[in-house]
Design a protein around this ligand. Sequence first.
Ligand code: XUL
Length: 516
Amino acid sequence: MARYALGLDSSTQSLTALMIDVDSRKVSHEKSINFDESLPHYGTKSGVLPNENPSVVHSPPLMWVEALDLLLAEAAEEGWPLSEVEIIAGSGQQHGTVYLGGEVTSVLASLDSSSPLAPQISSCITRSTSPIWMDSSTEEDCKALTEALGGEDAIYRSTGSTAYERFSGPQIRRFAKLHPQEFGKTQHIRLVSSFMASLLAGKLVPTDHGDASGMNLLDLPSLSWNEKALDECGEGLFPKLDEAVPSSTVVGSLSTYFVEKYGLNSEAKVMAWSGDNPNSQVGLGLINDGDCALSMGTSDVLFATIKKLPSDGGGEGHIFCTPTGDFMSLLCFSNGSLAREAVRDMYSLDWKGFDEAIASRPVGNDGCMMLPWFQPEIVPKVLGAGVHRKGMDESDMASNCRAVVEGQLLSRRIHAEGLGIHPRVLKVTGGASKNRQIVRIAADVFGCPVQEIEVAASAALGAALRGLHVLIGGDLEEIVAPFVEITKTTDPIPEHVEIYRSMTESYESFEKEHLV
Ligand code: XUL
C-alpha cells in the first residue's frame, strides 16, 4: 500500500491540496479551488469582500470552511487515494483572525458527516467576517500597542516586528474596542491556519510559533505570549488564544467527519498548520543560515533564513519563527506585480514589449529613477499612494519601464541590507521571475547569482514536506532538495554591479525625500 503526506494551503484567493507519495518522494496529486469562481455566493472579489472603506479588508471564514468540504469532495471524486494519507499539514494566509464562541468545542467534537461543514460551524462564529492581511484599518491600535510595550524598539525586540496594521494583535484590539459585546461572546480566537487545522482535528488546536509571530503578541526570545501585549489587545485574551506550539507538533488525529465523508484514513495525523511564508521557507528549500528568496507575485516578498534572533532592531520588516525551529527575516513590498503591470499597461505593452523597452535603455537608466508606489507601500511605510519620477516624465516609455524594475530591485536590496540580509545566492519565484530583464537586473542589483526555481505551490508543498519529515525523520535539507528544481542561474555582470552600487545612495535619498 502506498503512503501519502497531504499539504493544504488556505490562501487569500484559493485553497490548494498537494500530496506527496512517501515512497517515490514525488508530488503525486495537486489541485486548487478558486474562491470567487467556485463559491460565488460569498460575493468575494479576489477572495475578499467589497468594502466602501479601502482600509477595511475582510473575508468570510465560512467560505474557507466550505472550500475545505468542496476540495476534498472533488479530490475523492477524482479518485485521490485519500485512505492512504498518513499525515496532513497545512498553510494559511498570515495574520487573518477567526472569532469563535464557547460552543465550538462541542460542535467540533460531534461533526455530522451527513451534513455539510459550513452550516455546522456557522453557529460558533462570533464575528461573521475575518480581517485579513490586506486590512490597514488599525493605525490607532498600533499606536496604543506600541506605547503599551514601551516604544517601537521594545515591541520589535519582543515580537519581531514593530506594530503593523495587518497584524492580528492590533486587529483583535480594534474588534474588542468597536464591538465589545461580540468580543465578550468570543471565547476562542484562531488564525486562518489554526482554525483550519481545528476543523481537521475535530477540536480546537493551538496556533504554531511561525504564524503566531505575525500577531505582535508573541515574545520571540521566550516563545510565550507577551502579557502586556495581550492585556492591551483585549480582556482575558490568554485563554482565548491558548499556548502557541512548535510547528512540528502533531496536534491530533483526523476527525471522523472527514473519514466517513471522504474516505480519509482514520489513523491520519494532523500537524499544526503554519503561515504561508513559514511554509514557503520549507517549500523553497531555504534551510540553511542566509538562504534567501524573492517571491515576485501580486506583492513581492523577500525572505531569508536566520539561525539566531538578531540582537538589534531593524524597525522595518519582520522576524518570524520558522517550521525548522529557526527564524526568518521577511520584507513584504505591496507594490510588486501591481506596479510592474501598471507601467506596462500605461503604454499598452505586453510582457515582451515591456522587456524590449527595458533592454533599449542603458544599465542605470542614465540616472532616471522611479518610486513606484501605485498603492500604499508596506516597505518603506507609505500610507498614501503616489508615483515619483526623477530625470524623466511619464511620456518616456522605455525609461519608465526600466525605472520601475530598477527602482523596485534597488529598494528590495537597500531594505534587505537594513535587516542584515546579504544574499550569497538569490532564489526567485513567482510570475515576474520568468521575465528575462527582471532576472538580469536582480542579479546585477544584488550582485549575486539568481536562481530561478520551479515551484508552483511553495506553501502547500512546504506543508506536505513538513508532514513527510515527521513521517520519515532524517535530514530535512536532503528531503526537500529533490523538490526544489533550479531551472536557470543568472550570474551578475561585475560592471553592472558597480553601476548599481554607485546608484544606491541617490536612490536611498530619493526615497527618503518622499517619506513623511
Ligand atoms: C506577510 C503577509 C503576506 C500574507 C499573504 O506578512 O502579510 O505575505 O501572508 O498571504
